[in-house]
Design a binder for this molecule. Structure first.
Ligand code: GRG
Length: 332
């Protein structure tokens, strides 16, 4: 299993043509301005988070779902603000998540937590979060702010559910999926919804796009959890088994515990060093759980794609299908 970096989505970018490409460039500029205008201390902490890159998948979804928007300056600016706002929220959650997990590495580089400390990292996440809303607040549509704040509520709830379920001995698949919906699918769905709203699509299309985002977001999290168990550190930027060390129970472990007695009796509190976590990853990999996790993610993706057919213009459908396929490829 490998996570092949940003390259798969570069292909989507190329297929999106000049318009999507230039919107993505504008987002990078907008993200750069967010930190550079606010003092050297912050530029150092938040700037490093920005410089570490990332796939920029959520703004890409905003722009694909916003393809119908007019080409005028106001429409472009509204789309770029929405794309940057979604990415800023995503980055805020990563910075906060790394504080909560005391994580040393993110995207192959030291986390803000590791380089600047807990307090500075918490403040950096708060800053990124606030800038997202300041940007989106410039939009004339209060509905967009509501979409983003609903997604943020879901993200925070997802984190709380994850804390509540940490080290759980028996976690149901339903409870796990509920957490993934909240902590990941909600922001994918919001990205699609924001692009759709900015381009003035009718409600039916917006709902179709939001559902698509939710399904591929859920698949994305399942595969992300699979990569934590079965991905190579060279490609994920971190060691295998970090979730196990944090006490986070994910689908590969839940499914593996159905057939492996030792895993069923496992208490994650006893897993305290990376070597132990990697040994458990090997044990999970020896069951059918990774294949079943991938099967479920692939199923979600094909349902998501199936619902687009005939519901939207062919160009949007083609690009969204490509995003969906590349999400699956990332962990194959
Ligand atoms: C700041 C609103 C707010 C809430 C904080 C910490 C927290 C509550 C929520 C955690 C949410 C979280 C970290 C979900 C994981 C989502 C995920 C799969 C991240 C990885 O996304 P990629 O692979 O990252 O798109 P890159 O690095 O490519 O940008």
């Amino acid at each position: 299993v490998s996570a092949t970096g940003t390259a798969p989505f570069d292909e989507v970018l190329a297929a999106g043509g000049e318009r999507v490409g230039s919107l993505m460039q504008d987002v990078e500029r907008q993200l750069g301005e967010v930190t550079s205008a606010w003092g050297s201390e912050l530029e150092r902490s938040a700037g490093s988070t920005l410089a570490a890159g990332g796939k920029r998948l959520r703004p890409l979804l905003v722009f694909i779902c916003g393809l119908e928007a007019g080409g005028g300056r106001a429409e472009r600016e509204a789309l770029v603000r929405a794309g940057a706002a979604v990415e800023l929220i995503h980055m805020a959650t990563l910075v906060h998540d790394d504080v909560l997990d005391s994580a040393p590495l993110r995207r192959g580089s030291p986390t803000v937590y590791a380089s600047a400390g807990r307090d500075a990292a918490t403040a950096t996440g708060d800053f990124l979060f606030s800038r997202a809303f300041a940007l989106l607040g410039q939009s004339s549509d209060p509905g967009q702010v509501r979409v983003l704040s609903d997604a943020c509520l879901a993200l925070a709830r997802g984190e709380l559910v994850q804390r509540q379920d940490a080290y759980a001995r028996r976690l149901s698949v339903e409870r796990y999926l509920h957490r993934c919906e909240l902590k990941t699918a909600s922001l994918f769905s919001a990205a699609c919804r924001l692009g759709s709203l900015a381009s003035g699509r009718v409600d039916l299309e917006t709902e179709t796009l939001a559902r698509f985002g939710r399904r591929i977001g859920l698949a994305f999290q399942l595969l992300d959890d699979l990569l934590d168990v079965a991905g190579s550190s060279r490609e994920t930027g971190k060691r295998r088994g970090t979730d196990l060390l944090d006490g986070t129970v994910t689908l590969p472990l839940i499914l593996a515990a159905e057939t492996d007695r030792e895993l069923a009796d496992l208490d994650l509190r006893d897993v305290s060093v990376p070597e132990d976590a990697e040994r458990i990853c090997d044990r999970i990999a020896a069951t059918g759980a990774p294949v079943e996790t991938r099967r479920r993610a692939t199923q979600l993706v094909s349902t998501a794609k199936g619902e687009l057919d005939g519901a939207l213009d062919p160009k949007t459908v083609g690009l969204l299908n490509l995003v969906a396929d590349r999400i699956v490829d990332r962990a194959s």
